[in-house]
Design a protein. Structure first.
Length: 333
């Protein structure tokens, strides 16, 4: 595990190399600036190379950074992050069971409001409705812990706020338009590219903590994921945001997303729920469609006519309007 607050040596070396790019920085300069022996500098450079940084080393000249890493390393995300709370502490894993589980542990500790847990791979990723979430390398798998002082009724707004923030960031950074599929999927041409899972703890009608889990099929092989989930009847197809030959660093997208999420989160705090609802509906592929919903109590059919204040989907059928709080939906062609 690496964090944004412990690995200061890596951070300092990389910052120095970046500020001199494309020039070399001498071993002596690095060692003086960081108050470390030349041998220690060499050891850290080796470690950084293993983390995907291409660093050229020339005897008697020094080191220079050729290309940056594509990993979601915490100091890379922190560098230039424009938030006050979200992502101020970052925990990074190459491999973990589930970022959601780690965030649940953090929730029991003080000073973790806004903490971000991010991983390159998950071995036991969790999806909605107790499903497995296949999380191979190339995706962005993260969880954010929040300890807001809200009433519990606000919880249902979080999937909306999160999916909206993600859609906006994808559009800004990658210039790709996505649709929002109720309750919290992001799709491209009807295929899933991201999903959101909320774990929350409520005490006497107040939110104690909330963990927002976000899974983005950033640069994955859809065939591999589909193979692993073929038993899931409700899988309507998945796709990848970035094709395998495209070179895009995921860090910028994560930074933008954390920023957008914090902005919308502040909107929830200042009570402009109406704006969230409007913005979400504008980007939604669900509103106006005739849908079939599978819920824990049965099947519902109807036309999706809107979202109410709590994030519930409003279904109209034969003049009657029903509220759908949870479930899966499929569109009728
Ligand atoms: C869904 O079913 O659509 C929600 C998927 C949420 C997956 C993310 S990946 C990061 C976080 N850790 C998990 O185990 N799940 C969430």
């Amino acid at each position: 595990m690496y964090t944004s607050f412990n690995e200061t040596t890596f951070d300092k070396i990389i910052t120095l190399l970046k500020s001199h790019q494309p020039q070399f920085v001498s071993g002596e300069k690095l060692s003086k600036t960081l108050s470390l022996s030349r041998a220690a500098i060499w050891k850290n450079i080796k470690k950084l190379q293993s983390l995907g940084y291409k660093i050229e080393s020339r005897p008697k000249i020094g080191y220079r950074l050729q290309t940056n890493t594509n990993l979601l390393l915490p100091w890379e995300i922190s560098d230039g992050l424009q938030t006050d709370t979200i992502g101020r502490k970052i925990y990074y894993f190459d491999k973990i069971d589930s970022t959601q589980n780690f965030a649940l542990e953090l929730a029991q500790k003080p000073h973790e409001n806004g903490s971000l847990v991010i991983a390159e791979r998950q071995t036991q990723g969790r999806g909605r409705l107790n499903r497995k979430w296949v999380s191979p390398k190339g995706g962005i798998w993260m969880s954010i812990l929040l300890k807001p002082n809200f009433e519990s009724s606000y919880i249902s707004l979080f999937p909306m706020v999160t999916s909206l923030a993600l859609a906006v960031s994808i559009e800004k950074i990658l210039k790709i338009k996505t649709e929002l599929k109720w309750p919290n999927d992001l799709t491209i041409k009807g295929k899933k590219i991201a999903g959101i899972l909320i774990d929350a703890s409520i005490e006497s009608n107040k939110i104690d903590y909330i963990i927002i889990g976000i899974g983005i099929n950033f640069k994955i092989k859809p065939e591999t994921v589909i193979k692993s989930i073929k038993n899931n009847q409700r899988n309507y197809g998945i796709t990848t945001l970035i094709k395998k030959d495209q070179k895009v660093n995921p860090v910028e997208l994560v930074q933008q997303f954390l920023f957008e999420l914090e902005q919308s989160y502040n909107n929830v705090v200042s009570d402009s729920i109406e704006k969230i609802r409007k913005d979400w509906s504008k980007r939604s592929s669900t509103i106006g469609k005739t849908i079939t919903a599978t819920t824990s109590t049965g099947i519902l059919k109807g036309k999706a006519i809107g979202i109410d204040k709590t994030g519930a989907l409003l279904l109209s059928n034969k003049g009657k309007v029903q509220r759908l709080l949870a479930g899966d939906i499929t569109y009728k062609n």
